[in-house]
Structure formats: C-alpha cells, structure tokens
Design a protein around this ligand. Structure first.
Ligand SMILES: C[S@@+](CC[C@H](N)C(=O)[O-])C[C@H]1O[C@@H](n2cnc3c(N)ncnc32)[C@H](O)[C@@H]1O
Length: 267
C-alpha cells in the first residue's frame, strides 16, 4: 500500500466544504503531488472557490509554495457562472484544515490579469497547475497559456470538466490548444479531470498512479495506442448496461470506499 505525504486531510473531511471533487480526482491529485515532493516546484490553482480541491493539493504538497487565483467578489466578471468563489469562506476553510497561510499567495483577480512573472516572483516555477476557473473558451485558453509559461519541465497540468457535456468550451479549449497538443500528453483521466505532462515524464507519473492500490481498484481501462498511454478512471453509464453493472458504477462514484472493499474481497 502506498504511503502518502500526509493523511490529515481525507476526502470525507472535505465533504464539509462546498465545491466539486470526486474521490478519484482527490486520490489522483494526492498521489501526483506527493510524487512531486521529491523534486519540488510550486502548486497553483485557478478557481479555488471555497478551497475544496486547493486544500487537498495543499495538504499533500509538503512545504511547497502555493498560488491561488479566483475573482471571488468580482462575480460580475464570472461570465459563464462556473461556481462563485468566496474569499472569506476560502480563508476560513484554510484555517479550519490547518493549512499554513505563509505558504500561500492569494491572487484575487481575473486569471487573464495574472502573469507568469506574478507567479514566479512569489512562488517560483509551478510543477502542479490545476485549471478550474472560468469555463469558457477564452478563459481556459488563457489559463493554458499561463500554465505553459510558468510550468517546470516535469510539470503537470490538470483540467477540470475536460469531457463534461455541460461545459463544451473547456473541451474546445483543451483539445484546440496547439502548443498543449504538440508538447504535452494526457496521461490520466479521472472522474472529472484530465492530467497532462511532457512525454518524457509520462512513465514517471503513470508508474506513480499504478503503484497506488486504492486508485487501482477504480481503474477502468488502460488506453494504449502508438505512444499514447492513458490511465482511464471513469466510464459513462450506458443504457444497455444490466442492472448489476449500473449498481456497480453507482457504487464506484458515490461509495468508492465500499466499492474498493467489495472488489478486494471478491479477488
Ligand atoms: C468550478 S469553481 C472551482 C471549484 C473548486 N476548484 C473546488 O474545488 O470546488 C470555479 C471558480 O472559478 C472562479 N472563476 C470563474 N471565472 C474566473 C476567472 N476568469 N478568473 C478567475 N477566477 C474565476 C469562480 O469564482 C469560482 O470560484
């Protein structure tokens, strides 16, 4: 069984925070940022809302610097209405989970106003960059540009809602971004996030995920075509599925702990 950098923040504990973070995505991020603790770099998130995913990233990234971006009070500029961040709740949640505020820069602006220099000056280059702010084409494209300009060589970019039908412009931005498509590879698909890095680092991160027994119980497929190796932890339920398979999917999403125990017991 893999040991994690800290066990202080569990997915169950994060249920108390309003926001969006499936267990699978929590576990993938936990494994990847823990893996990076040996090599360093800052952790950044655009779209922190009330801190649900940010606190998970903070908890597992040791003493590394953290950079949080959200327009918070300026909700008139949140043109696609992807959540509505609150600085007060974000900060209260950081304190509630004992996250050391000295590690964190909170940048309360539209992400389009944030530059790579702003981030580098206070946090240095970023090795884990979570894009979960504005969900329209211009916002996500700009956030990808920012991530690419501040990322370490071994950096990971995670995108929320990459394949979610309700947010088609996230998919358009991710798969239409020439430099991302040319220089990076998607190496994992979680419940609602995709994970990307440069091709020469895919094996490192894939091995880290494959070494996590808890996550492996939720692996649905390994996609391997040419030089593309993608671990897939999600599947859409199909109308053709028998009841037993529908129930199994439901358990994997809503009761992942029980699902894992049943799978281990059946093996
Ligand atoms: C989907 S929520 C983020 C969810 C969060 N990561 C979580 O774990 O629950 C999107 C957040 O992005 C913020 N936001 C929306 N558009 C933005 C923009 N253009 N720049 C910065 N923040 C933005 C919103 O205020 C909201 O808090």
């Amino acid at each position: 069984m893999t040991s994690h950098a800290t066990t202080a923040v569990s997915h169950d504990a994060l249920r108390r925070i309003e926001g969006w973070l499936a267990w699978t995505d929590f576990a993938i991020m936990r494994r990847l940022v823990s893996e990076q603790n040996a090599t360093g770099g800052a952790v950044a998130e655009i779209g922190v809302h009330h801190g649900k995913s940010f606190i998970a990233l903070a908890a597992f990234s040791g003493r590394r610097p953290l950079y949080a971006v959200d327009l918070f009070g300026d909700q008139a500029s949140n043109i696609d209405k992807s959540g509505a961040g609150s600085r007060e709740r974000f900060v209260a949640n950081l304190d509630r989970f004992g996250i050391d505020r000295r590690r964190i820069t909170i940048d309360e602006r539209l992400s389009s106003a944030v530059t790579a220099d702003d981030m580098r000056r206070v946090a240095g280059a970023v090795s884990f960059f979570h894009v979960d702010g504005g969900h329209h084409l211009a916002a996500v494209t700009g956030d990808i540009d920012l991530a690419l300009s501040v990322l370490t060589d071994d950096g990971i970019i995670a995108f929320d809602d990459t394949f979610r039908p309700e947010w088609p412009e996230v998919s358009m931005a991710v798969f239409g971004h020439g430099r991302l498509q040319q220089d990076f590879r998607m190496f994992a698909i979680g419940f609602n996030k995709s994970f990307w890095c440069r091709p020469e680092h895919v094996a490192r991160y894939r091995d880290a995920l494959l070494g996590d027994d808890e996550l492996m119980a939720l692996l649905m497929k390994q996609h391997e075509v040419d030089d593309r190796h993608i671990l897939v932890f999600q599947t859409y339920p199909l109308p053709e599925w028998p009841l037993r398979r529908q129930l199994s999917w439901w358990l994997s999403v809503y009761w992942p702990g029980l699902y894992r125990r049943i799978r281990q017991w059946r093996r």
